[in-house]
Design a protein. Structure first.
Length: 283
């Protein structure tokens, strides 16, 4: 089944100006896939030297929380990679059909964040995983506060796929405006939908330098919600078909006024990281 969707023809930024590093993006890919896995630490072990996958070897904290009224949950984890001098924050994407339907149905409902507005569902999902709940379960922010105090010179790597990409965008923005450490943030998302309005995107672009949305050219998710006032933040890294290191991507600024044509795209199920997580995270 194919969908006819609006495709953004964005202003092209030079690779040198945007400073996109495909090798770094490839490091982030298994970290994003790990959020779909039953054992994210195995993903770290498989793709980063110096870790054997045991839980006592590095700092690791995860939080799973209900994020709508249909028994769907949202998930994220935080891991501190001492050899890479990085604090990783990764969020899982849409996990069920009912969750996807809820995201689409509620996309007209937006809430304030910073200088703009964002999707209520994305914001609620992020808040449930990031913050403490009424029962005293600690959110990721508790762990984050502890780790940035212990490691004030570490970079902050934020990632996620699909819904997780939107949650990662909100996390990066929240960290930038709350903790005043935007230069330490590196955001790389995969298949991120439009997260907020133009005001959110503009302020996001001002606050965070290193932010890239990796997009598969035939994935429909980055083109939803398909209506105003939703708008993408910088930078879009467009691959025609997969993140092949031999393929030169198009790096775009991502301004919505450059939407000029439609294109058929494949079923989004082809691009889920659920299946890939099994390969990335298997023992």
């Amino acid at each position: 089944m194919a969908f006819t969707l609006v495709v953004t023809l964005c202003l092209v930024a030079s690779l040198s100006a945007a400073k996109f590093d495909i090798k770094f993006a490839q490091k982030m890919f298994p970290l994003a896939a790990g959020a779909y896995s039953d054992d994210p630490l195995q993903c770290i072990k498989n793709h980063f030297e110096g870790y054997d996958g045991t839980r006592g070897q590095l700092f690791f904290y995860e939080n799973r929380a209900p994020c709508d009224g249909f028994e769907n949950d949202c998930y994220g984890y935080l891991a501190t990679l001492t050899r890479q001098m990085a604090i990783v924050i990764s969020f899982r994407g849409t996990n069920t059909g009912s969750q996807l339907r809820t995201e689409l149905i509620t996309s007209g409902h937006m809430v304030p964040m910073g200088s703009g507005k964002v999707s209520w569902y994305f914001y609620n999902a992020f808040s449930k995983v990031w913050g403490d709940d009424a029962k005293g379960v600690k959110g990721l922010e508790r762990a984050f506060k502890d780790q940035i105090k212990k490691h004030p010179d570490y970079e902050i790597w934020v990632t996620g796929h699909s819904l997780g990409g939107a949650m990662a965008s909100l996390a990066a923005y929240h960290i930038a405006i709350t903790y005043k450490i935007p230069k330490r943030i590196k955001l790389v998302t995969f298949g991120e939908p439009r997260t907020g309005d133009a005001e959110y995107a503009i302020d996001f672009n001002k606050k965070i330098d290193y932010a890239f949305r990796v997009v598969n050219g035939r994935d429909p998710v980055p083109h939803v919600p398909p209506f105003k006032p939703y708008s993408h933040h910088k930078y879009e890294v467009w691959f025609k078909d997969g993140m092949d290191p031999l393929t030169k991507p198009i790096v775009c600024i991502g301004e919505e006024e450059h939407r000029k044509k439609t294109e058929n795209v494949d079923n989004p199920g082809k691009y889920t990281l659920i299946g890939m997580s099994r390969a990335f995270c298997r023992r």
